[in-house]
Design a binder for this molecule. Sequence first.
Ligand code: NBP
Length: 479
Amino acid sequence: TQARIGVTGLAVMGRNLARNLARHGYPVALHNRTHARTQRLVEEHGDEGTFVPSESMRDFVQSIERPRPIIIMVKAGEPTDAVIDELADLLDEGDIIIDCGNAHFADTRRREAALREKGLHFVGAGVSGGEEGALNGPSIMPGGSAESYATLGPMFEAIAAQVDGTPCCTHVGPDGAGHFVKMVHNGIEYADMQLIAEAYDLLRHGLGAEPAQIARIFADWNAGDLESYLIEITADVLAHTDADTGRAFVDVVLDEAEQKGTGRWTVQTALDLGVPVTGIAEATFARSVSGHAEQREPARAAYPDAHAESDWRPDDVDAFVEDVRRALYASKVVAYAQGFDEIQAGSKEYAWDVDPGAMATIWRGGCIIRARFLDRIREAYDADPDLPTLLVAPYFVEAVQAGLESWRRVVAIAARTGIPAPAFASSLAYFDALRADRLPAALIQGLRDDFGAHTYRRVDKEGTFHTLWGGDRTEEQQG
Ligand code: NBP
């Protein structure tokens, strides 16, 4: 049998993608550096479809119909380059190498350009949804040429998650577009999780509530606008009791958040593109702060009274819970608005022509940030593809206006009681900056002109100006 598609790299992700393809009727060629993994997959799941295993890369390549679509699912970085090099020598013109690992979009751009020279297609495809998604339906974000998508698209759309009959997969754009969008997806995931964590912390300390009670609050929230996979599993994790100690699970876990790097990439890239992704940045830094145990401990000792007001309690518990919910929703709108801004800035910089509404569509299922909310984002971009920011889409204007007073109260209470809520607070500050009549940036321009003759523009005249600060303070027009 000739296979329709190949998968090399059969650890958890590759193995599950291969099974998903086979279950959808595509004969799948299999290869892994250590052949035992290939054999195990065929032994354990050979009855799920047609698998064509090979021990050598050469046999593997020969077992696939041309043009050969070959998925690489190995460790990101050098292993991916090693496998690409090995494959490229064995392939024929028009064949398609697909990297489904978590590559940086700049690496994908480099690899795509190099393989294009050799007459090969290279597709960087973001895959979200972890192990379970890979098997039962992930969200897939493939970049690369339109020609390669014509071969790949039908297969990827068949194995992707489906929401209302629409697959959570679409052609994102050329070269690195798919991995770029996957990167921002992960950045938004960081922001979403940080906001959820801050909401939990406010409820825990503000109400003096136990995790199990807070689990019920999140379960309630999941029935409304906030309905999403992350809110759902928050209720699940908070309700969990540690078997060893009988304590709430969340109280026995070390409070130092780890990261694999996609949040950091999103922020680094945003800085380069000049896009203020404050929500994602605060979330990334908050994980980093949590990890600095060597500073947290002496700081706790130096400021033992920092929580002096932590015995604050709201007069009306239900009203406070509703305030936190609305603050969470408004902050989330900001985080997503900023993430979509970054996608659009990347799309412009690299001429990808990414459709933001289509990205909201393919994130509705399969991925970690899947949420009811994404329908609202898609509708906003459908109604106005040139939306300057999601924050001005009529639906979100209404939602933010409705939550604004709650948002301010919650941020004020966090500041008063010493509960760190960096993402709530900075999202509100971003919002206030965006809609301010005048920003103190005018003063910054004045300072820059004073110390460095950097010039400024005026509100009432065209051109650039400089004031002779060290002289008689007359103003000169510079351009
Ligand atoms: P790993 O990232 O743990 O990689 C293990 C695979 O890489 C094995 O098949 C291994 O072969 C192969 N490999 C390595 Br390591 N070095 C190699 C080399 N020099 N040449 C050839 N093969 C090599 O697997 P994973 O967790 O399935 O993830 C795969 C990719 O998917 C990663 O890029 C990851 O970031 C991404 N991803 C993972 C998830 C997730 O939830 N795990 C979600 C989304 C994306 P061996 O069997 O011979 O050691």
